[in-house]
Design a protein around this ligand. Structure first.
Ligand code: FNR
Length: 189
């Protein structure tokens, strides 16, 4: 069966290396996965003052999360955590209280950085947030991608075959994980 996957790119930067990684993951995903970006660029900063009446941009964001079977986070590490804009987007989707869009929605986390630990600490921090949001997370494989110039082209072509195979396998495993989650838990429950 086909599964819809919404992916969130943690970086808003034009030349984002995580956007390149996301493009590579779209290319390498198995045909069972339908991949679409969910943008959070236009969201204002969340406060619960909005809970009574979300602005249209936030309603659209929540609806986009609700419409997919799974969410993939492709994020940089900023100061050993996730970028504030991504955390803000997650906070929006988790509210108002009682309509958390991540509940029982499978997710996976991946990211790239020029640093040797390849976003490991940001990913750990994001996993804690997703745990609280009750999203079943793919535990393995983990993917900490150290970015070297040219590793992935602007079009998402991976120039190192070992890394390419690793990322292909990551997406294959994600597809298998999503299938397992929905075997145990029919959609809409
Ligand atoms: C960084 N960078 C960074 N790298 C890292 O490995 N660990 C970190 O904690 C940080 N902290 C950090 C904070 C801020 C505010 C910036 C702007 C950058 C470097 C970062 O990995 C690098 O800029 C990447 O290019 C960011 O990914 P995107 O935005 O290009 O996808």
């Amino acid at each position: 069966t086909k599964h819809k996957v919404g992916y969130l790119i943690g970086s808003l930067a034009t030349a984002s290396i995580n956007r390149k990684l996301a493009k590579a993951l779209v290319r390498l995903a198995p045909p069972e996965l339908e991949m679409d970006e969910i943008s959070f660029r236009e969201l204002p900063l969340y406060s619960y003052d909005y809970d009574a009446d979300f602005p249209p941009v936030a309603k659209a964001f929540k609806a986009a999360i609700a419409a997919v079977d799974a969410v993939l986070f492709v994020t940089p590490e900023y100061n050993r955590s996730i970028p504030g804009a991504l955390k803000n987007a997650i906070d929006w989707a988790s509210r108002p209280y009682g309509s958390n869009s991540f509940t029982r929605k499978p997710s996976a986390v991946i990211g790239t950085s020029p640093g040797a630990i390849g976003t490991a600490i940001a990913q750990q921090s994001l996993r804690s947030v997703l745990g609280f949001c009750n999203s079943p997370q793919m535990n393995a494989p983990e993917a900490y991608i150290q970015f070297r110039p040219g590793l992935i082209t602007d079009d998402g072509e991976v120039t190192d075959p070992t890394v390419e195979e690793f990322l292909r396998n990551y997406m294959t495993e994600f597809e298998a994980f999503i299938t397992r989650v929905y075997m145990a838990l029919p959609k809409g429950t």
